[in-house]
Design a protein around this ligand. Sequence first.
Ligand SMILES: Nc1nc2c(ncn2[C@@H]2O[C@H](COP(=O)(O)OP(=O)(O)OP(=O)(O)O)[C@@H](O)[C@H]2O)c(=O)[nH]1
Ligand SMILES: [Zn+2]
Length: 364
Amino acid sequence: MSLTPEETLARARGDLRIGAPVVFTDGDAAAVAVATEVLSAERLAALRSAAPDGIELVLTRRRAETLKARAYDGDLARIELPADFGIRRIQAAADPALALAHPMIGPFIARREGSAGPERMALRLAKAARLLPAVVAAPIPAEAARALAASEMLTLIDAPEMRAVEAMALDLSLVSSGRVPLGVAEDARVHVWRPRNGEEEHYAIEIGAPDRAAPVLTRLHSACFTGDLIGSLKCDCGPQLRAALGQIGAEGAGVLLYLNQEGRGIGLANKMRAYSLQDDGFDTVEANHRLGFEDDERDFRIGTEILRSMGFSRVRLLTNNPAKVAAMNAEGLHVVERAPLIVGKTAHNLRYLATKAQKSGHLL
Ligand SMILES: Nc1nc2c(ncn2[C@@H]2O[C@H](COP(=O)(O)OP(=O)(O)OP(=O)(O)O)[C@@H](O)[C@H]2O)c(=O)[nH]1
Ligand SMILES: [Zn+2]
């Protein structure tokens, strides 16, 4: 009764979130890693004693750039952690909120020799767990890593397995559908889609009975707890959500996809970290970078897959974001028309909207 790769990866994601070590193997290379934000002093000591060649702090290139550390591995940096590099300094290197209180966290010496494969896997898992993308890793030979995982009952993931499970984000099945009469249209149904990788579910709100043979009026909306639910004035998401539902309701047919990609895919905890940086003067893109993320960590192909499964092949898309149009067209879901959705400007989100226009190519 051995676990499937998707079961193993789901377990590893949970392990990483609560601070348990996870073992990553990639060919002959391996590493035991713990996510920095949930690291304890005891775990740090245990990692140090497990690593014959010393431990390392693994950061994305974005975070390394902020700290002026060299990212010899291209997309990431492996920073050496000598014994005097304690837990507070490590956590401050990963988290800008702590860095303010610890201005002297450097210098950082990055490793350039050896494989960074297992470390790269660990950062991907930290992102999937919606943690800060930073881990402390103890590189060890793959044989020793397998023995350690078996004796300590740690979750072990191998690189090809991980890649296979990541692709399952697009392998979505319909779990359930129910009627939900809406203010904008009484004839509405909510369909819940579940990806095979065990990550979050996504929703499709189908209004009326859209003709599968014609382009369907569609909104691809990413979750925004603050904008959609509590009326935040910092973004335009709530008004966009309601305007899109209103337009689809007025036409009598269409689909609103509600993708659980909070904070452009970084999760709510990280989005609040980004907001805190924005209070210090950084814009929405810079804030993501300082935390170690790309501008946008979403995968819009999830939306394309759901629409295709629902029987649609052409859409009229309500968006100001050209990346959404490009992603749909690239997947063969033809966007025959883009309709702008310009609502919800406030004094608080002027800079946010301007940054999206200047840096992310949004059409305003
Ligand atoms: N990381 C981060 N995410 C944010 C910030 N403000 C809003 N968001 C998120 O950005 C996403 C906005 O989603 P959408 O409105 O679907 O997308 P969009 O890229 O703005 O494109 P359109 O609205 O279609 O024009 C949501 O997931 C929000 O939670 C921010 O300052 N930082
Ligand atoms: Zn928002």
